[in-house]
Ligand binder design. Structure first.
Ligand code: NAP
Length: 289
C-alpha cells in the first residue's frame, strides 16, 4: 500500500514522520510547500497537488485545520475530487463537525472512493510519542485496512459507529479540554489575586486529584507566562464554535460551553490565536501580546 499525506501543520508533521520512520513510503502535499521539508529529509516524496497525491497513493490521510480547509483540498481545481477515487481510501484526521464529515463521506463515495473519519485526541507531544487516541466513524473494513497505520499513530482506536459519530466524539472530548483549560486559568487567577505564590499554586494542582497529563504538559507555560503552541488557541475557538452549533442542533443547554466559547473568542480578539490554547489564562488576566 502506498500512503499519501495532506496537511503538515503542528500535528501533521509528527504523525506523518512516525509513519515514514516506521518504514512506509509516503507521498506528501502541503499548501505551504516548505512545510514538507521535515518529511522530504526523511525520504518522503513531495508532490505538487492533492490530485497528484491521490493518483500515486492508495490510502490518503488528511490532517487540516478545519472544514473550509478540507473542502478546499477536496474541491479545488487540482483537488482530491478532481480525479477518480476508485479503490482509494480517504482518512480524515481533521476535527470537523459531524455534518461536514457526512458531506465529505458523500462526496468521496460519489467519486468512487471510501471515506473514514478518524479525528484524534492528544496534542503534539502525544503525536510524537505515537500515543494518540483515534476516534473512528465509518466502515469496519476500512478500519481493518488502516489498523497497522493507526497502531503507529496511536495507543488506542475507538470505533463509534457510522460517519459523523467520530466527529461527535471529538467535539465531546474537546469540550472537556476547553473547560479544563479555562478551569486551570481561573484557579490560578483566584489564587494569585488572593496573594498566593504561583509556583506553590502550580505545585498544589500537580499534587491534587485534579492533576492531569495535560496540566503536567502545560504547567511551565503558566509559570513562565509564555505559551509556545501545541494546540493553537484559534483551533480550540473553532471547535467551541462547532460544539455550540451541535448543542443548538440538539436543543441542549450547555452553559459552560457557551461561556467558554465567549471567552476563547475574546482571547482570539485579544491576539492570542496563534499561541497555545492555555493562553486563555493571559486573556482572562487582561494581558495582551
Ligand atoms: P495547523 O498547525 O494550523 O495546520 C493546519 C494545516 O491545514 C496546515 O497544513 C495548513 O496549511 C492546512 N490548511 C489550512 N487551511 C487550508 C486551506 N484553505 N487549504 C489547504 N490547506 C489548508 O493545525 P494542527 O494543529 O496541525 O491541527 C490539524 C487538525 O487537527 C485540526 O482540525 C485540529 O483541530 C486538530 N487537532 C489539533 C491538535 C493540536 O494539538 N494541535 C490536537 C488534536 C486535533 P498551511 O501550512 O499552508 O497553512
Amino acid at each position: 500500500m502506498s500512503l499519501g499525506w495532506i496537511g503538515l501543520g503542528h500535528m501533521g508533521v509528527p504523525m506523518a514522520l512516525r509513519l515514514r520512520r516506521a518504514g512506509y513510503s509516503i507521498n506528501v502535499y502541503n499548501r505551504t510547500a516548505e512545510k514538507t521539508a521535515p518529511l522530504v529529509t526523511e525520504g518522503a516524496v513531495k508532490l505538487a497537488t492533492p490530485r497528484a497525491v491521490v493518483e500515486q497513493s492508495d490510502i490518503i490521510f488528511i490532517m487540516l485545520a478545519d472544514g473550509p480547509a478540507v473542502t478546499a483540498i477536496l474541491e479545488q481545481e487540482d483537488g482530491l475530487l478532481s480525479g477518480t477515487l476508485s479503490d482509494k481510501l480517504i482518512v480524515n484526521l481533521s476535527t470537523v463537525s459531524p455534518e461536514q464529515s457526512l458531506e465529505y463521506a458523500r462526496h468521496v463515495e460519489q467519486a468512487g472512493g471510501t471515506y473514514l473519519e478518524a479525528p484524534v485526541s492528544g496534542s503534539v507531544g502525544v503525536a510524537e510519542a505515537g500515543q494518540l487516541v483515534l476516534l473512528l466513524g465509518g466502515d469496519e473494513k476500512a478500519i481493518a485496512v488502516c489498523r497497522p497505520y493507526f497502531e503507529v499513530l496511536g495507543k488506542e482506536s475507538i470505533h463509534f459507529g457510522a460517519h459523523g459519530n467520530g466527529s461527535s466524539a471529538k467535539l465531546a472530548i474537546n469540550l472537556l479540554l476547553a473547560l479544563v483549560g479555562e478551569g486551570v486559568a481561573e484557579t490560578l487567577l483566584l489564587g494569585e489575586q488572593s496573594g498566593l505564590d504561583k509556583d506553590k499554586l502550580l505545585q498544589l494542582i500537580g499534587a491534587s486529584g485534579m492533576n492531569t497529563p495535560l496540566f503536567q504538559g502545560k504547567q511551565d507555560m503558566y509559570r513562565q507566562e509564555n505559551f509556545p503552541t501545541a494546540f493553537p488557541l484559534r483551533l480550540m475557538a473553532k471547535d467551541l464554535g462547532l460544539i455550540t452549533e451541535a448543542a443548538t442542533r440538539l436543543t441542549l443547554d450547555l452553559p459552560l460551553a457557551k461561556t467558554a466559547h465567549t471567552h476563547y473568542q475574546q482571547a482570539l480578539k485579544d491576539g492570542h490565536g496563534d499561541a497555545d490554547m492555555a493562553a486563555i489564562y493571559l486573556s482572562l488576566k487582561n494581558i495582551t501580546p
